[in-house]
Design a protein around this ligand. Structure first.
Ligand SMILES: Nc1ncnc2c1ncn2[C@@H]1O[C@H](COP(=O)(O)OP(=O)(O)OP(=O)(O)O)[C@@H](O)[C@H]1O
Length: 331
C-alpha cells in the first residue's frame, strides 16, 4: 500500500480550471473522502492520480516516487467508477477473475478461485457467479465492478461514488464491508461521495474541494467541529448547519457577520421564544422545524417529544460558530 502526494497540482480543460494548485498528502492506509458539489474537481483528482489525466502543472507522487510518464497500469491503482464498466460477454466469475489473470500477476488457479469466492460473498453476489454480466440488475453490476477492484492488491483504490446506484439497505451493508476490507488490507483509498453518512462513517480524512481548490483537509470530526468556512461547514451534517445573522443571539465577536448552529447545538427549554412549524418524526430522532424572528431553523429533539406543530419552544445557542463577511470562520 502507498502514500499519495499531490504538490501544487493544476488541471485545466480549455480555459476552465478544474483543479487549482492542490497540495495534499493521503497517508498510507488512510480512507480519504473528497467532498464538494458537482463540478468541484473530485473526479478530476481521482483521474489525475490514476493516470487517466495529466496535470498541467505540479506533481503527483505515489510512495514518494514521481508518477509523471507512468501509465495507469504502471501506477498499480484500481479505480471504481460511478457507472459500472464490465465485460458484457463474460460471466460474473470471469469478470472478477479478469484482473487476476493478467500475465504480469501469474496468480495460481486455486488462489484465483478463493479470492473470487471471498469477494463475491462479501458483495452478496456469490449466487450470480455464472450469470452473464448483462443478466444482472444495475446494483449487481455495480457490485461486480467494485469486486473487480477488490480482488487485486493495488497500491491505491480510487472509488467514484461506487455505492450511489445501490438501494439504501445494500448501501448500508457495503459501507461497513468496504470500511472493513480497507482496514483489514491496510489499503489506501480515495473515495468520492455526496453522501454525508458515508463521509462521516468511513473516512479517516476528509478533503473539501471548492471550485477546484482544496479548502480543508482533516478528520471528519475536525471538519465537522472546526470548519474553516461556511462552505466547509455545510459539507458535513444532516440536517445541515443553520446559518443565521450573527446578531440574532447576543455574544457575537467583532467582525462576525454570520453564526453557524449545528442542529444539536440549539438548546431547548430556555432562552427566546420560537414557533414550531413542523415536527418531523424519523423514528430514532425527531426534527423540529422552527421559525425564529422570521428565520427558519432546524433542530433535533427526543424521538417521543410531546411538542406539536404550532407550539412555542424556547431556544438558545450552544457552541455557535462565527463567520466573517467572506464566510470564513473566526477563531
Ligand atoms: N474532459 C473534460 N473536458 C472538459 N471539462 C471537463 C472535463 N472533465 C471535467 N471537466 C470540468 O472540470 C470541472 C471539474 O469536474 P469533475 O468531474 O472533477 O467534478 P466533480 O467534483 O467530480 O463533479 P461530480 O460530483 O458532478 O462528479 C467541471 O467543471 C467539469 O465540467
Amino acid at each position: 500500500m502507498a502514500e499519495v502526494t499531490l504538490h501544487n497540482v493544476t488541471k485545466r480543460f480549455g480555459t476552465h480550471v478544474a483543479l487549482d494548485n492542490v497540495s495534499m498528502t493521503v497517508p498510507d492506509g488512510s480512507f480519504v473522502v473528497l467532498l464538494g458539489p458537482t463540478g468541484a474537481g473530485k473526479t478530476t483528482t481521482l483521474r489525475l492520480i490514476s493516470g487517466l489525466e495529466r496535470p498541467d502543472s505540479g506533481e503527483i507522487l505515489i510512495d514518494g516516487r514521481p508518477t509523471q510518464g507512468l501509465t495507469p497500469a504502471e501506477r498499480n491503482v484500481a479505480m471504481v467508477f460511478q457507472q459500472y464498466s464490465l465485460y458484457p460477454h463474460l460471466t460474473v466469475r470471469e469478470n472478477l477473475e479478469f484482473p487476476l489473470k493478467s500475465p504480469l500477476l501469474k496468480t495460481p488457479k486455486d488462489e484465483i478461485d478463493r479470492k473470487v469466492k471471498a469477494i463475491a460473498d462479501i458483495l452478496q453476489i456469490g449466487h450470480k457467479l455464472d450469470n452473464k454480466a448483462t443478466a444482472l440488475s444495475g446494483g449487481e453490476m455495480q457490485r461486480v465492478s467494485i469486486g473487480r477492484a477488490l480482488v487485486r492488491n493495488p497500491q491505491i483504490y480510487l472509488m467514484d461514488e461506487p455505492l450511489s446506484s445501490l438501494d439504501a439497505k445494500l448501501r448500508a451493508d457495503l459501507r461497513i464491508e468496504l470500511k472493513n476490507i480497507q482496514a483489514n488490507l491496510g489499503a489506501t483509498l480515495l473515495y468520492v461521495t455526496h453522501d454525508q453518512v458515508e463521509a462521516m462513517t468511513m473516512a479517516t480524512h476528509v478533503g473539501v474541494l471548492h471550485h477546484g481548490r482544496l479548502v480543508q483537509f482533516g478528520s471528519p470530526r475536525e471538519v465537522y467541529e472546526q470548519p474553516v468556512s461556511i462552505y466547509a461547514a455545510a459539507r458535513l451534517g444532516q440536517p445541515r448547519i443553520n446559518i443565521l445573522p450573527a446578531d440574532v443571539f447576543p455574544g457575537a465577536p467583532p467582525r462576525a457577520v454570520s453564526m453557524g448552529l449545528r442542529p444539536e447545538h440549539i438548546r431547548q427549554g430556555q432562552g427566546e421564544d420560537s414557533l414550531v412549524n413542523r415536527v418531523e418524526r424519523l423514528g430514532d430522532q425527531t426534527r423540529l422545524h422552527l421559525s425564529f424572528r422570521g428565520l427558519s431553523l432546524v433542530t433535533v429533539t427526543e424521538p417521543h417529544t410531546a411538542l406539536r406543530d404550532g407550539d412555542i419552544v424556547r431556544i438558545e445557542p450552544s457552541n455557535p460558530l462565527y463567520f466573517d463577511a467572506d464566510g470564513l470562520r473566526l477563531a
